[in-house]
Design a protein around this ligand. Structure first.
Ligand code: 8Z2
Ligand code: NDP
Length: 290
């Protein structure tokens, strides 16, 4: 899609680079000439992303990291700086949640989603800004969030978390403009990734598609193009924005609730696990993981 030297020599850190949207972003950044540092908890998918990039003539490395661990985040940022000297773009893509009616979400379930999406994004952002971007005189941070924005029934924890991330993005775009740091949030609608296929019950997933006016899932390539455009000089004047890529999902809005299949899946999980309805686990996969 882009010229092969668009990002030549640029150092781009992508969290969650082993799968789905993060993988697609990493591949497209590398096609544009960036040196990609892919992070995530599992070594295997990261290694596959690196191999795909290298097969295409690009350059990438993988570093295992749980973005919720402050010490580990600092170590990884130090390592990138030791190896590459700077960080031009950070893509805070790692994130996620499970779909569950709000009344079933436990305190720890809510905390877990907040920690992953808000704390994890904050730890990465703060470490990269203070160790790399402020000393080097600038950089770009792209935070992946969610569409629809005005409430996402079935995902109350993540809806709250992504709103926090978008506000964090806007706040920092003002505070850190004096350092040349530009921050934007990229709100994803429904993209056809493995996670979408495996983490949500089929009825719920299909219901989600009926709420996309464009009538189709987004492709991971379309996501990679947006990330790469913003990382490139063409994206230099974007800061403090929320860019929504969703085939008009946000305009359609939350729609009715519950989506087809969600409550039935809760009941099935309760029967399968012989658990009390207030102690439902892993309903989104329909599999008893206990
Ligand atoms: C309707 C609209 C649809 C809409 C359908 C379409 C949606 C499209 C929009 C979004 C799409 C995407 O984001 S797709 C990308 C999806 N990708 C991801 O989510 C990847 C990252 N996710 C994860 O790692 C996990 O899902 C996450 C829970 C966040 C973190 O996992 P951890 O291993 O750290 O957590 P655990 O230790 O297992 O669990 C911590 C607590 O959370 C609870 N918990 C964890 N998974 C749970 C589950 N499936 N169901 C219930 N509860 C769960 C546990 O019971 C624990 O609480 P206690 O039992 O009380 O201790
Ligand atoms: N697909 C879609 O339609 C939508 C996706 N999004 C968001 O886009 C992003 C990517 O989604 P998608 O590619 O579909 O889903 P994936 O589940 O494939 O991607 C999540 C990635 O984040 C990594 N990750 C998860 N937890 C951590 C952690 N604690 N530390 C480091 N890395 C972590 C995972 O790797 P590992 O498990 O190895 O750590 C994985 O590579 C997520 O934030 C998601 O919520 C938002 C809206 C819609």
């Amino acid at each position: 899609m882009f010229a092969p030297d668009l990002l030549k020599g640029s150092i781009c850190v992508v969290t969650g680079a082993g799968t789905g949207l993060g993988r697609a972003a990493a591949l497209e950044l590398a096609r544009g000439g960036a040196i990609v540092v892919g992070c995530g908890r599992r070594e295997e998918p990261l290694a596959e992303t690196v191999a795909s990039i290298e097969d295409g003539g690009g350059t990438a490395v993988a570093l295992e990291l749980d973005i919720r661990e402050s010490d580990a985040v600092n170590e990884v940022v130090d390592r990138v700086l030791a190896d590459h000297g700077r960080i031009d773009t950070l893509v805070n893509n790692a994130g996620g949640q499970f779909a569950l009616p709000a009344e079933y979400i436990t305190p720890n379930g809510f905390r877990t989603v907040l920690e992953l999406n808000v704390l994890g994004t904050w730890l990465m952002t703060h470490a990269v800004a203070t160790k790399a971007m402020i000393p080097q005189g600038g950089g770009k941070i792209l935070n992946v969030t969610l569409s629809p924005h005005d409430g996402f029934p079935g995902l109350v924890h993540s809806s709250a978390a992504r709103a926090a991330v978008e506000n964090m993005t806007k706040t920092l775009s003002v505070e850190w403009a004096r350092f040349g740091i530009r921050l934007n949030a990229l709100a994803a609608g429904h993209f056809d990734t493995d996670a979408l296929a495996t983490r949500y019950v089929p009825g719920v997933k299909e219901d989600a598609l009926t709420r996309v006016p464009a009538g189709r899932w987004g492709t991971v390539e379309e996501w990679g193009w947006l990330v790469t455009y913003l990382a490139s000089p063409a994206g230099d004047y974007f800061s403090g924005s929320v860019l929504t890529l969703d085939g008009a999902r946000d305009v359609f809005g939350a729609g009715s609730y519950p989506p087809a299949g969600l409550l039935e899946a809760v009941e099935e999980a309760a029967i399968a696990t012989r658990q009390h309805r207030n102690d439902i686990r892993f309903v989104t996969t329909g599999v008893d993981r206990k």
